[in-house]
Each structure stands twice: as structure tokens, then as C-alpha cells.
Design a protein around this ligand. Structure first.
Ligand code: UTP
Ligand code: MN
Length: 498
């Protein structure tokens, strides 16, 4: 798995101290040669860590040369580190592992060099292709053990596979739908661009069907099956209908089977009854189907903050969902709001909704009171709604409140737009679980639960974590507590874009 050292003959002539080992330390890992980057680490800590590693049988080089196999840095800002590395004129840089300090600490704890997993890599963001597939990386089958930023090196493949996942979702055939979503998620986590089928050799969750599609794309730049799907009338119609707020695949399919193909078909068909959500969906279709920008999410954050604090100045408010994961655009903006005093959160949302209405922001509101009851847990399932008080809103956002202006079309001169906002209000002792659950992504959440169940005999959902062995619920005040309960390395929100 690890690269053979370069120029062993030169090494023989070196005295032990120069070869990166002090006289009394025995070398246990001949093939691994570390270099610790002093920047941010500091000289004294570097010297301490060097001694520590050598005492455990690691070779630590004092000078960065082509003999080094593992570069370890405490400064994980990729751009500055890589700029410096590239300036060092190394011939062997493409095959070196450039690693976060967590790889080092894990290796010290284990007393051996642990496998180089994706989560340890500090990736060269400017040239992702330099981190080549051959650099022996183990990718976990669980999304919650992978780091997935918003930077997707394999968009050409994932866009195609997502079309097929959606096609099977519309057909309600769960197996292939999930298989394509899993494959997509793995590809999104890769630090390199897949350039040939060989790059896929050791990756989990890639079935024959996925590989065949990818092979076609590698060879012709496109997939026949995906293009056929995109021009499929049923796929197109269901895609259109489900883009309306309040219309799910079931309703969309019913309309399709009734022979309806366009919005005007639906709106002029005599027998069709639209519920309040769907009526609103059609009314604000232009606005709601348009992505929400980060600047708009920030402006909405201020509006929510102000409305909530008008009710309880000591409220706790957190941005969650895709924007917490660092996405530039989203379909809505999600917030968690609660009170420090347990139980008082129950009346919070109705009051906040009144406040938003009073201020003229409220265009639509679908409020669900809490049905949460700890005594009735665990009642866990993968995608079920949680029992916290919540509301699905459409708010009126004024141009003047958004730095850089609204994300609306050039022709739009209204000076405002409608935006979807979700508010969830868990009791404070459930806050960490609710935050983790609402931060997503959906695939990340799904795999957290699957990991808990299959690897730890625990049940996880938005309300809590139940240990089936100990027969008890595990308390958590932060997301880090939950990862620790699960024995998982902490994954930052911006690395959860699985
Ligand atoms: P979203 O549907 O808002 O997705 O749900 P997103 O990741 O923010 O992406 P956008 O909005 O399409 O840009 C946010 C997270 O909240 C959880 C889901 O797991 C999802 O990942 N969620 C959503 C729930 O737990 N319960 C719900 O009822 C809805
Ligand atoms: Mn969202």
C-alpha cells in the first residue's frame, strides 16, 4: 500500500540521525517517510511530534525531499500549503500523500501508519487531478466516513447518474434508485477526476450498471441511456410536476396517468382539486423554482433572527440545511430555533409566525405543532418526518435587504421575491440531534443511521441515539458528542455534502 522509498542506496550511506531516526529508535516502518510541515505547527511542537513518531518506529525526515512519502501539516488550508509544496521543486510530489495532522495522531494512537483515507488528504483544490487514483486510498462505503465538500470533481458522471436515480424514484423502484444515489455520493467524495475504469477498481457502491454508464461517458462524453431518459415523456412530465411546491411523485404520476402534460393542462382540468400548498406552489412558481443565493439566505437569517428575538431575546437560532454545509445555492433556507428553558419552545413558533405576519413578511405558512414524546421513542425510520414543532413558510424578501441584490431575473422589476423557509423547534436537550439531522445531506443522514444500526447496534434519528446493547438513550449537547458516541471521526458540516 505504501510506496517504496526512493534511492535506497543513498540511504545506506547516511548516518542514522540523518536518515530521520535518532540513534536509539528502532525503525519499524521502512516504507513510510514522514515530513512534518513547521508552518502553523511551530518549531517546538514539530520537534516534540518528531521525537514521538521516532520513538514509535517511524522515520521522520528533517528536510523535505523526494524521499518523503507522507507530508503532514497542521495547516489544512489547501491552497497555501500546496502553493508552498509546488515551490519546493519536488519531482515526486504527485505520488506523495499530503495529509492532515489527524492522520498523524491516528497513526500515533494505533502505533502504526494507518491507511490513507480520503478524509485525511489535504487536496490540491486548483489541480484536483494531481491527487491520482493510484495513491492507495480507502473509501468507506458509509457517507458518514467520507469527507464530501461542495467541490465535485466528477460532476459529468454524477449529473448523469442522478438522472437515472430520479427516473427510478419516479417509477417507485427503490433498489436501483438507491444504488445510483450511493454511487453518486461516492463519486462526489473523490479528490480526483475519474479518468479511466481502472480508477474505480477499489471504490465501494459502484455496481455493473453504474460502471457501464460511466464507461460510456468516458468513451463518448455522454450516455445513451441517460439521454434517452431525459427525453422520456413520463420522466419529463414528472420532473415538471414535482418542481411545484406541494406536489410529490404520487400526485405527479396521477396527473400524468390522467393524460396531463403541462401546468396549463393541470390548471384547466375540471376534475383536479389543488390543496392550499399546491395552490401556493403554482402562485409563486417562478420565485420558488429559482435557487436561493447565499446572500439571500443571510438576509433571511437576519429577518428570522429579529423576529425570534422579538419574542424571546435569549433564543437560540442556527442556520442548518444546505447553507450550513457551505452550498452557494439552495431550494430553501432551514433554521433551528429554540429556547434555553425546556418546554418554552412549544409556544415559540406560533409567536414567531405572528411576528413575521405583523411585519409583512408572511406569504404562506404551514405550521405543525410538536408531537414529540420521549416516552414513545425509539420509533426510528430512515426518511420519516421528525416530531418537533415546525413550519414550512414562504416569505417575502425585499431587494434592499440583500447584499448584491436578489437572485431574480433581469426583467423582474417588482423589487422583491418569494422564498421558501423552514423553521424547526426542538426542545433544547434534543438540539444536537436535531441540528445533525437537519444539516443533511440526505445521503449523509441515511448513512449515519445505517452505520449506527449495522456497525454499532444503535438507533439514530433527529430526536436521539438509542444504544440497543445498553438499552438506553445517549445524551449529547453537541454534534461532536454524537460522532463520539458512534465512534466516528468528526465530520465538519461543510464536509457532509455526500
Ligand atoms: P432540505 O430538503 O432543505 O435539503 O433538507 P438541503 O440539504 O438543505 O438542500 P436544498 O434545500 O435542496 O438546497 C435539509 C435536511 O433536513 C433534513 C434532511 O435530512 C435534509 O438533509 N430533513 C428535512 C429532516 O430531517 N426532516 C424533514 O422533514 C425535512
Ligand atoms: Mn434546505
Amino acid at each position: 500500500m505504501f510506496r517504496a522509498p526512493v534511492a535506497p542506496r543513498v540511504r545506506k550511506r547516511l548516518r542514522p540521525a540523518e536518515a530521520g531516526v535518532s540513534r536509539c529508535d528502532e525503525v519499524k516502518f521502512e516504507d513510510v517517510r514522514l515530513y512534518l510541515v513547521e508552518r502553523k505547527m511551530g518549531r517546538s511542537r514539530r520537534s516534540f511530534l518528531t521525537q514521538l513518531a521516532r520513538s514509535k518506529g517511524f522515520i521522520v525526515e528533517d528536510i523535505l525531499s523526494d524521499a518523503v512519502t507522507h507530508v503532514v501539516s497542521e495547516d489544512s488550508r489547501a491552497s497555501s500549503l500546496w502553493a508552498w509544496l509546488k515551490g519546493c521543486e519536488l519531482g515526486n510530489l504527485p505520488s506523495m500523500h499530503v495529509l492532515d495532522i489527524s492522520w498523524f495522531t491516528d497513526s500515533m494512537r494505533e502505533g502504526r501508519p494507518v491507511a490513507v483515507e480520503t478524509r485525511y488528504l489535504i487536496q490540491d483544490t486548483k489541480f484536483p487531478t494531481t491527487a491520482v487514483a493510484s495513491a492507495a486510498v480507502t473509501v468507506s462505503q458509509y457517507a458518514c466516513q467520507r469527507q464530501t465538500t461542495t467541490e465535485n470533481n466528477n460532476k459529468i458522471f454524477t449529473d448523469a447518474l442522478e438522472v437515472l436515480a430520479e427516473y427510478y424514484e419516479f417509477k417507485e423502484i427503490e433498489g436501483p434508485c438507491l444504488a445510483f444515489r450511493r454511487a453518486t455520493s461516492v463519486l462526489k467524495s473523490l479528490p480526483f477526476v475519474v479518468q479511466c475504469l481502472r480508477d474505480l477498481r477499489d471504490l465501494p457502491c459502484l455496481g455493473e450498471h453504474t460502471k457501464a454508464i460511466m464507461e460510456e461517458i468516458l468513451e463518448y462524453g455522454r450516455s445513451f441511456e441517460v439521454e434517452q431518459t431525459l427525453s422520456d415523456e413520463r420522466y419529463q412530465t414528472l420532473k415538471l410536476f414535482t418542481s411545484v411546491f406541494g406536489v410529490g411523485p404520487k400526485t405527479a404520476d396521477k396527473w400524468y396517468r390522467q393524460g396531463l402534460r403541462s401546468f396549463s393542462d393541470v390548471l384547466t382540468e375540471p376534475g383536479i382539486h389543488l390543496n392550499r400548498m399546491q395552490q401556493t406552489g403554482f402562485l409563486h412558481y417562478g420565485d420558488i423554482s429559482r435557487a436561493v443565493s447565499k446572500a439571500e439566505a443571510r438576509a433571511l437569517g437576519s429577518i428570522i433572527d429579529e423576529a425570534v428575538r422579538a419574542i424571546t431575546p435569549d433564543a437560540i437560532i442556527a442556520l442548518t440545511g444546505g447553507f450550513r454545509r457551505g452550498k452557494e445555492f439552495g431550494h430553501d433556507v432551514d433554521f433551528l430555533v429554540t429556547t434555553p428553558e425546556l418546554g418554552r419552545e412549544r409556544s415559540l413558533l406560533p409567536d414567531v409566525i405572528d411576528e413575521l405576519k405583523k411585519k409583512g413578511f408572511l406569504l404562506y405558512c404551514d405550521y405543525h405543532a410538536s408531537t414529540f414524546d420521549m416516552a414513545r421513542l425509539p420509533s426510528f425510520s430512515f426518511e420519516a418526518m421528525d416530531h418537533f414543532a415546525k413550519c414550512f413558510l414562504i416569505l417575502r424578501l425585499e431587494e434592499g435587504k440583500v447584499e448584491g441584490g436578489l437572485n431574480s431575473s433581469e426583467k423582474d422589476s417588482r423589487g422583491w421575491r418569494a422564498v421558501r423557509v423552514d423553521l424547526v423547534s426542538p426542545p433544547l436537550d434534543r438540539y444536537a440531534y436535531a441540528l445533525l439531522g437537519w444539516t443533511g445531506s440526505r445521503m449523509f443522514e441515511r448513512d449515519l443511521r445505517r452505520f449506527a444500526r449495522l456497525e454499532r447496534r444503535m438507533l439514530l434519528d433527529n430526536h436521539g441515539l438509542y444504544d440497543k446493547t445498553k438499552k438506553e438513550f445517549l445524551a449529547a449537547t453537541t454534534e461532536k458528542d454524537i460522532f463520539a458516541h458512534l465512534g466516528l471521526e468528526y465530520i465538519e458540516p461543510w464536509q457532509r455534502n455526500a
